[in-house]
Design a protein around this ligand. Structure first.
Ligand SMILES: Nc1ncnc2c1ncn2[C@@H]1O[C@H](COP(=O)(O)OP(=O)(O)OP(=O)(O)O)[C@@H](O)[C@H]1O
Ligand SMILES: [Mg+2]
Length: 165
């Protein structure tokens, strides 16, 4: 069993809609330069969460799975960008280096599916989300804040969801 402290938060989602609603809350908190890492098996709900994130962030484009491209870029009416990277087909952090993550982070937040595959190419300060399939309709998500910015973000998210200080 994981040990939960103020740097971690567990959330059990009981439907895809609930996962999207959680994503909307996360997306609304994301700022340029933020890194959100999603880790979890096929069908654990990463893309479903990103759909909510993109909407909550204020994207004017619908989010979908970056199946044929590595990175989806969602636009915001104010010119910002949200980068959605799917590292499933990347085999190493070296391949990811070519994507120039630092350049992306200058113009928006970055959300990465299969982040563990390219962890070495990602900033160590991030919000890490581990998703787990529980049953057909349930997914377990553990949020872990790595660094002060993400502790602040997670604290706000926890306050919104559970209403605790
Ligand atoms: N509580 C839930 N949260 C999220 N998705 C759910 C939930 N219950 C059922 N689902 C279903 O599980 C599937 C999740 O697919 P999704 O594409 O989000 O997963 P993924 O982690 O991105 O997979 P991949 O590794 O293939 O990219 C969807 O078909 C969704 O409708
Ligand atoms: Mg996906």
């Amino acid at each position: 069993m994981p040990i939960f402290d103020d740097k971690s938060m567990e959330f059990i989602s009981r439907s895809p809609e609930q996962t999207r609603r959680l994503g909307v809350r996360v997306g609304a908190l994301l700022q340029t330069g933020d890194v959100l890492c999603l880790s979890g098996e096929l069908g654990s709900g990463k893309t479903t969460l990103v759909q909510g994130i993109a909407a909550g962030w204020g994207s004017s484009d619908p989010a979908n799975s970056p199946t044929f491209v590595l990175v989806n870029v969602y636009r915001h009416p104010q010119g910002k960008r949200l980068y959605h990277l799917d590292a499933y087909r990347l085999s190493s952090a070296a391949e990811a280096e070519e994507l120039d993550v630092p350049a992306m982070l200058e113009s928006g937040p970055l959300v990465v599916e299969w982040a563990e595959r390219i962890q070495a190419a990602l900033p160590p300060a991030n919000l890490w989300v581990t998703l787990r399939w529980v049953d057909d309709e349930q997914r377990d998500m553990v949020f872990k804040a790595n660094g002060a910015r993400y502790l602040q973000l997670l604290t706000e998210l926890r306050r919104q969801i559970y209403g605790v200080p």
